[in-house]
Each structure stands twice: as C-alpha cells, then as structure tokens.
Write a new protein. Sequence first.
Length: 118
Amino acid sequence: MRGVVLASFLAVAPSAWAATAVVRVTDQEMFSPKTLTIHAGDTVEWINSSGAVHTVTDDPALAATPKDASLPKGAAPFNSGFLKAGQTYRHRFAVPGQYRYFCILHESSGMVGTVVVK
C-alpha cells in the first residue's frame, strides 16, 4: 500500500510544481517584462493592462519581420487573437527553448517579447 501512495504522489507531483508567470501588455506598446525565463510546464499569463487592443502571437507565418517570431523545434505556434483592455491570454510552455513573440498590431513599433523555457 505504501508503494501505491508513493507512486501516486510521484505521478502528480510535477504538475504541482508548475508556476504561472505574468507579463503585462502596456500602454507603451511593450511587453513587461520584455524577457521572461520559466521552466518547462509553466504557464505565462499576459494581461492587457493598456487601453488598446493587442495580440500575443508566436507564429512565424504571421510575422511581418521573420526575426520577430521563433519557436523551438517541436513547439506549436500560438496566437491569442485580439485582446481588449483587461483581457488575458494564457499559454503553457512544454517544450524547452527560446520563444520570440510579438503583437500583430504593433510589431512594426517593436512590440516583441521573449520567453526562455529551461
């Protein structure tokens, strides 16, 4: 019985350690923090705290400038769609590596951020 309890604990323990980090989308057309380091399995929540509509997009096919979007091999592209003031978007990062993402509406203004997943 003791082995079953320990095995059950080990099966759920990694998800219990997952964290959620917050990135604010600001009125200055930027992500804050601009670079964030997390662990595989963690979630990032973007909060649109500005008065403008924004997106959180990491899809190279949607980037006007190729260097503004990058994904580690094996990671799927993501796109929040349009986030109005006060709305949030969450994405769980399972694949380690560097993710470079952008706002579709403000990419030309340099609204780009990076998530590094260890």
